[in-house]
Design a protein around this ligand. Sequence first.
Ligand code: ADP
Ligand code: CDP
Length: 215
Amino acid sequence: TGLVVAMDGPSGSGKSSVSRGVARALGLRYLDTGAMYRAMTWWMLRQGVDLADPGAIAARCGEPLIVSGTDPDSPAIHVDEVDVAGPIREADVTGAVSVVAAVPEVRARLVARQREIIGAGGIVVEGRDIGTVVCPGAAVKIYLTASAEARALRRSAELAGSTVRAQQEAMARRDTIDSTRKADPLSMADGAVELDTTAMSLDEVIAEVLRLVAE
Ligand code: ADP
Ligand code: CDP
């Protein structure tokens, strides 16, 4: 099918888990665009690019070859043939990714890659700008939210050794950069359905998205 489901929202709102569950249930592919921004950031850090200099980021962002898998059961991501699925979740990348993602040249490059992967559709795509920029024609657009407390609790349950408070501060910093940057900030797309998942279980959210797809 040519179905595209666009899943946007702030960090910890449940995009990855919900998108993978929906893709699995419908036999669709799955694309984690955040992993691509993380992979670009991992490469910049490894190259020693000065992240305080947007011009330096822009000048180098065409160099790494970023390849994303689309299997919801085993999301894969490689940079120049190196498997970076683990390293892109480390704190150094998480702390720098919003700065790299704010550079328009980075976005132009990764959005073009994302559109190639989306192709004729049959995919659930998660990120910050999928319904607004990457795929404004998506048949179903979801905007996932949850309270800042719930999102921080979920993330600190995943990451051993991080307190909820530290997590909430780090997420708030990233969400502020993501929603106030000039290039394609996080915002609700026209025609998107907002789902507040604060008091919902993962299975309930997946069921609700499947219901919206079936409508
Ligand atoms: P995002 O991709 O938006 O950052 P994730 O899908 O990584 O969010 O979710 C973060 C964590 O929260 C995961 O461990 C996930 O299992 C959990 N989670 C997601 N949605 C819910 C929900 N509705 N209720 C409880 N936990 C959830
Ligand atoms: O870790 P979390 O699920 O919160 O975020 P992610 O989906 O892995 O995305 C990491 C970062 O990439 C975000 O904080 C944004 O800065 C950036 N991003 C973006 O700008 N546009 C997207 N479509 C996806 C992610």
